[in-house]
Design a protein around this ligand. Structure first.
Ligand SMILES: Nc1ncnc2c1ncn2[C@@H]1O[C@H](COP(=O)(O)OP(=O)(O)OP(=O)(O)O)[C@@H](O)[C@H]1O
Ligand SMILES: [Mg+2]
Length: 251
């Protein structure tokens, strides 16, 4: 569904990503992991047309994304949920959602809003609350819902768990898993590797702008020593909860 080959990209003269090769299947839940400054956000921004591409290809479904402006990429079925400033804090939850639906006629917008409330129940409860007054986790749910309302086939999420309590982290990832099970492809950037590896299908580990390691989640969890070297974390552990019935989960 998304194929990236030999991609190098960055900001002006600064090249941040080198020779990235990545393939994502429909409805796959893919993690991009790696330390600070390794280029994770830059990779998402590059898919969404927000950086300078030096070389390589990015194909989504049957078209090249190179040279397509960001606004148009949104119309081709891709939604991007940035790391920060992803909701309008002075507006209420409902106003944020309606803004995301503004281009749709009422008879399409109304059922979509109801579906969003079913997927993100906290948002229905908090409709009248200003987004800026919500907890970090609630706000993150709102940001994800706003992305989802664009009815994307591929969603790019940058650190959806940043700053959240362990319980909220699981709740956000569980919601993402539900979206993947409904057929939406997900690429999720995380520093919180240990948590995300309980939910995703496949992971790429970036290091200094290059892919240092990649594999199916089950393989990665089984190969802990190697991965520890790349991520600097223990993936198997005492914390949090596990994904339900994930194939090959060996914990
Ligand atoms: N707008 C920009 N202009 C110039 N350089 C940038 C810009 N954004 C990021 N960089 C540089 O690109 C490199 C990779 O940054 P990036 O934000 O992609 O890392 P990251 O893996 O997302 O890190 P973090 O985990 O801290 O979010 C860093 O060296 C950073 O300084
Ligand atoms: Mg980042």
């Amino acid at each position: 569904m998304l194929t990236i080959t030999h991609l190098s990209a960055g900001y002006g003269k600064l090249v941040v990503l080198y020779d990235i090769n990545l393939t994502v299947e429909p409805a796959q839940f893919v993690a991009i992991l790696g330390p600070n400054g390794s280029g994770k956000s830059t990779l998402l921004k590059t898919i969404f047309g927000m950086t300078y591409v030096v070389g390589g290809t990015i194909r989504f479904e049957d078209r090249s994304l190179l040279g397509i402006p960001t606004e148009a990429i949104g119309q081709h079925g891709i939604a991007y949920v940035p790391q920060r400033e992803n909701v309008f804090t002075t507006m209420t939850v409902r106003e944020n959602l309606l803004l995301a639906l503004r281009k749709l006629p009422r008879h399409e917008a109304d059922p979509l809003l109801q579906k969003a409330f079913a997927l993100f129940p906290i948002l229905e409860e908090r409709q009248a609350q200003r987004a800026g007054r919500m907890s970090g986790g609630e706000r993150q749910m709102l940001a994800i819902a706003i992305g989802w309302l664009a009815q994307p086939r591929l969603m790019l999420l940058d650190e959806p768990s940043a700053g959240l309590s362990p319980r909220m982290v699981s709740e956000v990832f569980r919601t993402l898993q539900t979206l993947a099970q409904s057929g939406i492809t997900l690429i999720v950037v995380e520093q919180n590797a240990r948590s995300l590896l309980r939910w995703c299908d496949y992971a790429y580990i970036l290091r200094e702008g290059q892919i240092a390691f990649q594999g199916a989640t089950a393989e990665i969890l089984a190969d802990e020593e190697t991965v520890k070297g790349y991520l600097g974390v223990v993936t198997r552990g005492r914390h949090g909860e596990r994904a339900t019935s994930r194939e090959g989960d060996k914990e």
